[in-house]
Design a protein around this ligand. Structure first.
Ligand SMILES: [Zn+2]
Length: 425
């Protein structure tokens, strides 16, 4: 079993602990074999390859737990799913996934797309046919007839239809279920403020998913939908804006307390537009001004959640509303400045905490002995500021360097048996 040693790095291990300078890590057989102070490196291990990490920071591979790989980040609003063939779309999905990989994202959770294209790309990456991050996917979402994201969903309107839809997705081999619990901004005619499903209907989906050994997450903007999902015992929540009936944002402290007590993680699914409106101040339409007001209120909601101790998971909603797939480090930076997350905390939110939220923490999320060596190596000291994450990264998945200095290393294919690891000096 060849061993790679990455020596003398600044280590942010994804547990939320503060960074440790002068650390070293051994990677054997794709997993973390040892981690500790460089001076205590075991001498009885034969090291085959060494990367000198002096002046660099080592972090766990990032997890973006809310993206839409089938959607086109260059196009505002609703994506036209009939624009390209399914075959072409598969290539777009792969290209989007590789954009995320270059930004340090080694695991993506796809929250709804067309047909089952994301499953095929997931499987091709796993088989080693093409190079990309690990993909977990819902395949299609579940929504009401004409409801939010219906063009990327199975439409289901009552308990029997929800049971059928969930069983269909489990049968198809999806990794989790994404239920659209309220309407959303990108679907004309859907209502973000109101619940799309009752408590009983949420419960049906959760029961059927659990039977299939997978979890359920739900898109929820409006407070009634959040309440139904929480009461039904949802595993994860997306967005959680607290829209009231008038479309205004009103923090519900009691419901936040229930989310905290139940330990339900909130994946932010926070598209780029929540960050950028300030940049065009002075050129805003009344509609945009109202949106800006909503954005300020949403940020206050996030501050309230953080102060209460709710488990926030930074995720981008990439693909939607002009959000590119390499957006996660930008969102991390935004959260440190706007809601005062510390650097170890924001790293934890996209690594250890995200892995727990997705149920993959046995193998992923932190740099600890036994876990898969999904790693990011950045030039500079990330513990002093996130800027190094915007540079050219090295990215490893299960111990293999897939990105070197910001470039995909290839060849990915399992057929290229003569391909040696393209190690630069
Ligand atoms: Zn989304």
């Amino acid at each position: 079993m060849p061993t790679l040693a990455i020596r003398n790095v600044m280590l942010l291990d994804g547990t939320g602990d503060t960074a440790r300078a002068g650390s070293s890590v051994h990677v054997t057989d794709g997993r973390i074999g040892w981690v500790g102070d460089a001076s205590a490196e075991p001498q009885d291990v034969t090291v085959d390859r060494v990367i000198d990490g002096t002046g660099r920071t080592l972090l766990p591979g990032f997890i973006d737990s809310h993206v839409h790989l089938c959607a086109d980040p260059e196009r505002p609003g609703r994506y036209d799913p009939l624009r390209v063939s399914t075959e072409r779309l598969a290539m777009e999905v792969l290209s989007h996934a590789q954009d995320a990989l270059r930004a340090g994202v080694t695991t993506l959770a796809d929250c709804g797309g067309r047909d089952y294209v994301t499953l095929d790309v997931r499987d091709a990456i796993l088989a080693g046919s093409v190079l990309g991050p690990r993909i977990m996917t819902t395949g299609l979402g579940i929504s009401i007839t004409g409801g939010h994201f219906h063009w990327y969903s199975i439409e289901a309107d009552d308990v029997a239809e929800l049971r059928k839809a969930t069983r269909t997705l489990v049968k198809r081999g999806v990794d989790f279920i994404k239920l659209f619990g309220t309407g959303g901004g990108s679907t004309m005619g859907s209502n973000p403020a109101l619940a799309q499903y009752t408590v009983e209907e949420f419960r049906t989906v959760i029961e059927e998913a659990e039977r299939g050994g997978i979890r359920v997450t739900t898109h929820v903007h409006g407070t009634p939908g959040i309440r139904n999902a929480v009461e039904a015992g949802i595993h994860r929540l997306e967005h959680v804006q607290f829209f009231d009936a008038e479309g205004d944002i009103r923090f519900d402290a009691e419901l936040a307390r229930q989310i905290l007590d139940a330990g339900i993680p909130i994946s932010l699914g926070m598209a780029k537009r929540w960050r950028t409106e300030q940049a065009i101040e002075g050129f805003l339409t009344p509609r945009q001004l109202q949106q800006r007001d909503l954005r300020d209120k949403r940020i206050q909601v996030l501050r309230n959640f953080r102060e209460a101790g709710v488990k926030l998971v930074a995720s981008t909603d990439a693909g939607m509303t002009m959000t590119p797939f390499d957006d996660l480090p930008y969102l991390m930076s935004f959260l440190t400045s706007e809601i005062s997350m510390t650097i170890p905390e924001v790293v934890h939110s996209v690594t250890g905490r995200a892995a727990t939220a997705l149920g993959i923490d046995a193998d992923h999320g932190t740099i600890e002995v036994g876990k898969l060596a999904d790693l990011v190596l950045a030039d500079g000291d990330v513990s002093a500021g996130l800027d190094p994450l915007f540079g050219e990264l090295d990215v490893f998945r299960a111990g293999r360097r897939l990105v070197h200095r910001g470039r995909l290393t290839g060849p990915a294919t399992r057929h290229a048996t003569n391909a040696t690891d393209r190690e630069a000096p």
